[in-house]
Design a protein around this ligand. Structure first.
Ligand code: HMG
Ligand code: MG
Length: 300
């Protein structure tokens, strides 16, 4: 069966913008997030407290959070945090939820965090512990769960192994990332089963599909049928660098909404309002949204 309701975890302001070469003004980011909240999204990832040299676009994280103010009741506004320095900055900004982000492959752990898989888990341990002690919720991401551009195929058991170790740190939710968008639906079920076998309950798992090969919606449907109820997506399909074939945008939130609403699944999100927001954001960025649904809903 399919769930009656799905939580959309919106990543456009973070995953969508982090590769954007031209600096987006902080007030534009704030307005983007306000409009997404007004459209009914209830989990909106805001930014990252990472090293500003690694992700210059998100160097304005504290300023952005200051402009937005505290999350309204019932709304999650998480931020990415890789280490204790990032946690200090996030706590100073008053966040109520953070997300640590690991990798199931050694190559990407090294490239993304300058650490081995073991070292990254050791880096997250005090972050998760301190966050929880401060009453801050913790999401954990795992990247390259379905394939890695340097290492090739990734076995579901490898995902299960790292997922179990990350879950043991005490995270509230685990998001399985198809960072390069290569997954296909059968593989999704195999990875979900391996993660469940490693002790992470299905109810705590989210899926995070990039849409490089056009499989994200099919993969999402497979995940929903397998009992997943939280799906990551990016308004307008924002994201990705046109020069790196391994880094295209996430599943577009509007494309996801069209499917979910068509299936009679509740999301609480106003599709027309979100599509208008994505068209507005596309104007700010100076290029059209790649989302099929945003294009289809555009006024003539
Ligand atoms: P490092 O160079 O190993 O850092 O980078 P370090 O621990 O050696 O520290 C070096 C200096 O950086 C120190 O300063 C630290 O204070 C400072 P110094 O003492 O030399 O003056 N520093 C920081 N400053 C500000 N904020 C911080 C911070 N940490 C250290 N948080 C590090 C390690 C983790 C910092 C670096 O690799 C990094 O920032 N990586 C972030 C990469 C990133 O953001 N990637 C994109 C997000 S992941 C993603 O997109 C995938 C996802 O969408 C899921 C999917 O699709 O698969 C989530
Ligand atoms: Mg991503």
């Amino acid at each position: 069966g399919l769930p009656a309701e799905v939580t959309i975890y919106e990543v456009g302001a973070r995953d969508g913008l982090q590769n954007e070469k031209r600096t987006v003004p902080v007030e534009v980011k704030a307005e983007f997030i306000r409009r997404m909240l007004a459209a009914g999204l209830r989990a909106v990832e805001v930014t990252s407290f990472v090293h500003p040299k690694w992700v210059p676009q998100l160097a304005d994280a504290a300023d952005l959070l200051g402009r937005l103010g505290p999350a309204p009741d019932g709304v999650r506004m998480p931020v990415l945090v890789p280490n204790e320095r990032g946690l200090d900055r996030a706590l100073d900004a008053g966040v109520g939820e953070i997300a640590v982000f690991g990798s199931v492959t050694e190559t990407f752990a090294r490239r993304n965090l300058n650490r081995t898989v073991d070292e990254s888990l050791a880096m997250f341990a005090p972050v998760v512990e301190r966050a929880r002690a401060a009453g801050v919720a913790v999401r954990g991401y795992l990247s390259m769960c379905f394939g890695d551009p340097w290492e090739g195929a990734v076995a579901p058991e490898q995902v299960g192994k790292v997922a179990g170790r990350l879950a043991e740190l005490g995270i509230d939710e685990l998001s399985l990332g198809d960072t390069i968008g290569v997954a296909t639906p059968g593989q999704v079920v195999a990875v979900l089963d391996a993660v469940e076998a490693a002790g992470v309950p299905r109810g705590r798992v989210a899926v995070h599909f990039h849409d490089t090969y056009g499989q994200a919606l099919a993969n999402t449907l497979a995940a929903l049928r397998a009992g997943v109820t939280t799906v990551d997506a990016s308004a307008g399909g924002l994201g990705g660098c046109p020069y790196a074939r391994s880094a295209t945008g996430n599943l577009a939130t509007e494309d996801l909404l069209w499917q979910l609403h068509g299936l009679g699944i509740r999301t609480g999100v106003d599709l027309e309002a979100l599509a208008a927001t994505s068209r507005w954001m596309a104007e700010q960025l100076g290029r059209p949204s790649p989302s099929r649904v945003v294009k289809a809903l555009a006024p003539p």
